[in-house]
Design a protein around this ligand. Sequence first.
Ligand SMILES: Cc1cc2nc3c(=O)[nH]c(=O)nc-3n(C[C@H](O)[C@H](O)[C@H](O)COP(=O)(O)OP(=O)(O)OC[C@H]3O[C@@H](n4cnc5c(N)ncnc54)[C@H](O)[C@@H]3O)c2cc1C
Length: 315
Amino acid sequence: MTEQDLNDGRYDVVVVGGGAAGLSAALVLGRARHRTLVVDAGEPRNAPSAHMQGYLSRDGMPPAEFLALGREEIARYGVELVRDRVTDVARGEDFTLTLERGGGVRARRIVVATGLKDEMPDVPGVAERFGRDVLHCPFCHGWEVRDEPFGVLASSPAGVHQALMVSRWSKDVTFFLHRVAEEELSDLDLRRLAAAGVDVVPGEVAGLVVEDDRLTGVRTADGTVHSRSVVFVAPRPVPQTGLLERLGAEMDETPFGTYPVVDPNGLTSVPGVWAAGNAIGFTEQVVHAASGGYRAATAIVGDLRMADLDAALGA
Ligand SMILES: Cc1cc2nc3c(=O)[nH]c(=O)nc-3n(C[C@H](O)[C@H](O)[C@H](O)COP(=O)(O)OP(=O)(O)OC[C@H]3O[C@@H](n4cnc5c(N)ncnc54)[C@H](O)[C@@H]3O)c2cc1C
């Protein structure tokens, strides 16, 4: 697509982000015969992972293959997709979106499906192995590593919850307190950890031990190496919601990031702007993201239909 094409005319809908949420919205919009453009920077959150789990009928499919199939499906309905990044958005009679590579596009409605970024704990080796043997989500990876020796790296006292959860998948769990003081854990935390058979190791974690490209242990600052083949961490979720903030959408601060306030279909407080997927919450898995994109799209189809009919009545 050339810049000329991009500037030529306006779209009914521009979907920002071509992950599960954005592609799902685009599929429904294309099938509803709306002129739709997806602008996608091409950095889906689960890219570090070789397999996507828990999506009925697609369990185990590589994430890249899932998205490639989605792109094929939207193309059947004439939806356009461009690999670019939306850097700014302004609201007038239409929305005007600025693209990183230059130029802009106009749209009557927009869907923000920009996902979130995972900010890794500052421990050497963790970021490099994320999605392989450094994991964050037992629902995504737990089955594949069941019964292996797990470590859980605390980022805060809330790490107790993760340690207790992952103990469903392995009876051999060590909870590394890292920079959390033991006194920060409640008596109930400690009793639950004991009931789950989780070992608690105080002291800072200095790094991971990797042999032949496999995690073999966790080294604490006192030099002890604890033999572990999997480590669960709690990355800090950083929602990619800058565009919504620029549009003045009402936002809600949570312990897991700041997300837009949305109705059940993903409509934000800004008329004409919907959001879906990890852009509205950090617990949105792929199946939720796809579902959210679908819901936003059906709401947009209804909204545009009524707007067009009302305009015709007015004329
Ligand atoms: C390691 C790992 C493994 C996971 N495994 C699973 C699993 O097994 N099962 C499961 O259900 N979930 C899994 N998840 C969660 C899954 O990644 C998310 O549920 C899913 O990616 C959310 O989809 P999304 O469309 O909201 O966002 P994304 O998939 O992150 O897509 C957002 C897209 O928007 C693009 N974008 C962002 N900003 C802009 C912009 N300004 N302009 C244009 N494009 C932009 C991004 O580049 C990206 O392509 C995993 C997550 C991680 C980190």
